[in-house]
Design a protein around this ligand. Structure first.
Ligand SMILES: Cc1cc2nc3c(=O)[nH]c(=O)nc-3n(C[C@H](O)[C@H](O)[C@H](O)COP(=O)(O)OP(=O)(O)OC[C@H]3O[C@@H](n4cnc5c(N)ncnc54)[C@H](O)[C@@H]3O)c2cc1C
Length: 305
């Protein structure tokens, strides 16, 4: 094994909540070969696997991860252009790609500026903002199927993209590379000013001074999670150091030393209160990793827990 596998690594600084216990094992592969090697290592020892990008949509248990955490954002993050098409390794930060796309004058990604995740995390979630989603420009995704233990490529129309979902979110898999193609060129200055406008809107509307994971709940049909939480009187509600942001009610912020259990309990309280007061069942967008004491309302799929 060429790659270093570390033991007992704190995951607190590997996610944007700054929360979570330790991983039994932790590594930062830099190539597909490294990834295949660590998968084989984990498989042969029956060690549970958690793949992470920038940890910007994850709540990691206070007990940590009882297995190996494979962080793709550190070393598996290159991209290569071929005319109007770019192929990116899944650990590349989406924002870096958006900047390249805008600087080259291609349109279709500028409104995704400021999403603090990687391409891999973005593709499985079909990350989106304002009127754009990753599915708009995606061409092909190459992934490792963890059940069949094979690498496959799928084109956009085979990826079953939906609102914050995709075929790959449902299928145990690791996104390896994604290619995006851009059909239209636009004025570079207009694109850059759109990007600046989007960034300003984020700074204005989101509580970026505190650790958070973006929107905690998905948007319910014909409604907004933030509005429902606010009208249910929950702005500022606090459990431990986890607080419903006063700036944007669909954000839970870590005011200092929030635990994963604090955040989970607040999520559960929000679900119960909003259901009681408005009849709407809020479904978490944040993904839970590891073991939690507090249960959530309804049959929520907690992908990694
Ligand atoms: C301030 C803030 C603002 C945000 N704004 C937005 C927004 O506007 N729109 C939006 O859609 N999201 C937003 N988010 C949420 C988040 O940034 C996105 O969901 C992002 O795409 C997650 O990427 P990640 O690399 O951080 O994934 P992680 O949080 O590391 O992982 C999320 C899930 O993806 C899985 N995963 C990660 N990489 C891979 C891979 N290569 N293969 C397979 N599975 C993988 C993980 O196992 C986990 O289940 C925001 C978050 C923050 C903190």
């Amino acid at each position: 094994m060429n790659m270093v596998i570390q033991k007992n690594v704190s995951l607190k600084n590997k996610n944007t909540y700054n929360i979570g216990g330790k991983a039994d094992y932790y590594c930062e592969p830099g190539s597909i070969d490294d990834i295949l090697e660590i998968l084989q290592w984990a498989d042969s020892r029956r060690v549970p696997l958690l793949v992470i990008g920038n940890g910007s949509n994850l709540l990691i248990s206070d007990k940590g991860w009882p297995g190996v955490v494979v962080n793709l954002s550190k070393n598996y993050n290159k991209c290569e252009w071929d005319n109007n098409r770019v192929t990116a390794e899944s650990g590349l930060m989406l924002n870096k790609l958006v900047n390249q796309v805008v600087d080259l004058g291609f349109c279709g990604m500028e409104e995704l500026s400021g999403i603090p995740g990687t391409i891999g995390g973005g593709v499985i979630m079909n990350a989106g903002a304002f009127s754009m989603t990753l599915q708009d420009t995606i061409h092909t995704v190459t992934y490792y199927d963890l059940e069949e233990k094979k690498i496959y490529s799928r084109k956009k129309d085979e990826l079953e993209f939906g609102y914050r979902s995709s075929f790959l979110k449902r299928k145990p898999s690791i996104v390896l590379t994604s290619s995006f193609s851009f059909e239209k060129k636009c004025d570079k200055e207009i694109l850059a000013s759109k990007r600046a406008e989007i960034q300003a809107k984020r700074r204005d509307k989101q509580p970026l001074d505190y650790p958070n994971c973006g929107s905690v709940f998905k948007r319910p049909e014909k409604n907004y999670a933030g509005t429902l939480i606010e009208t249910s009187g929950l702005k500022g509600m606090r459990i431990g150091d986890a607080e419903v942001s006063g700036k944007h009610a669909n954000f839970i912020i870590n005011k200092g030393n929030a635990t994963a259990e604090d955040v989970r309990a607040l999520i559960s309280l929000i679900q119960k209160t909003v259901l009681d007061k408005t009849g709407v069942m809020l479904e978490p967008e944040v993904i839970f990793a590891g073991e939690f004491k507090t249960s959530l309302v309804g049959t929520i799929k907690t992908d990694n827990s």
